[in-house]
Design a protein around this ligand. Structure first.
Ligand SMILES: [Zn+2]
Length: 263
């Protein structure tokens, strides 16, 4: 029996919106194969070139980053995945070498599934396969938007956008990360980011403590961010209504929703 949808972190037994969007019969196929798993911030799930053996669904406030590793060793974030999604084997078939590093950005609880079991489930159910294909389309949209964002938007806008995305996807305004980590993920200099953070603090939209950033004015932060996060959440809304956490209360039956082919 699939537990009822509930946005409340403490009372939502699934804690992942993509899994919650499964039809009941698809949940019945997948649920026995899902392992509850927890891991700390900074845990690396795979490195570039590793064979991907499992898929992970962040639950509640857990977050995973996809990071591209450059020759000079810098690790730049290309996508942030929270309870609206999953990583590893959802968007591809079978065990493949990883292109990027997947690292836990905010530790907590996850569902893990062996890719053999996931592939089996996909062959059993067309609707399950379609749901994950729609999610792949949303993840691709996020990466497309991120390319444009990095080319066109200021570091101030990108910093505000990242904080907004992290708050929405984790469901908490208290983010555990240092300014060094944020600067590294955004691919910007530490001293420049310090000035940006100082400005956001001065405007009263964030507070900082050692190793933490708390968003105290989400509306003000949104006004300072570029449009990129809103564009991604709008695409989620079009393709997987209710799965992006900003719209928790309207989980639609997704099986009959056509995927928009506009790229
Ligand atoms: Zn942007």
């Amino acid at each position: 029996m699939k537990p009822a949808a509930n946005a409340n972190e403490t009372s939502d037994p699934i804690g992942n919106n993509l899994l919650r969007a499964l039809r009941t019969d698809d949940w019945t196929i997948l649920e026995p194969k899902l392992e509850e798993w927890s891991a700390a911030t900074g845990t690396v799930l795979h490195q570039p070139g590793d064979t991907v053996r499992s898929a992970f669904f962040p639950r509640n406030s857990s977050l995973i980053s996809y990071l591209v590793i450059l020759e000079d060793g810098r690790a730049i974030e290309t996508a942030l995945v929270g309870r609206e999604g999953a990583i590893g084997g959802i968007v591809s078939y079978g065990r493949l070498p990883a292109f990027s590093r997947a690292e836990i950005q905010r530790g907590g609880s996850f569902f893990r599934i062996d890719l053999h079991h996931l592939e089996e489930a996909k062959t059993q159910s067309l609707t399950l396969r379609h749901l994950f294909a729609r999610y792949a389309d949303c993840l691709m949209a996020q990466v497309f938007q991120s390319v444009a964002c990095n080319a066109a938007h200021s570091i101030e806008q990108r910093t505000a956008k990242w904080l907004m995305a992290a708050v929405e996807r984790s469901g908490t305004d208290d983010l555990t990360l240092t300014q060094e980590q944020l600067a590294a993920m955004l691919g910007v200099g530490r001293s420049y980011l310090s000035r940006v953070i100082h400005d956001l603090r001065h405007r009263g939209v964030i507070e900082t403590r050692r190793g933490r950033i708390r968003v105290c004015d989400p509306h003000g932060l949104r006004l300072l961010a570029c449009e990129c996060n809103d564009a991604v959440s709008q695409h989620f809304d079009d393709v997987l209504k209710g799965v992006y956490p900003a719209d928790e209360n309207d989980l639609a039956e997704t099986a009959d929703v056509p995927v928009r082919m506009h790229r």
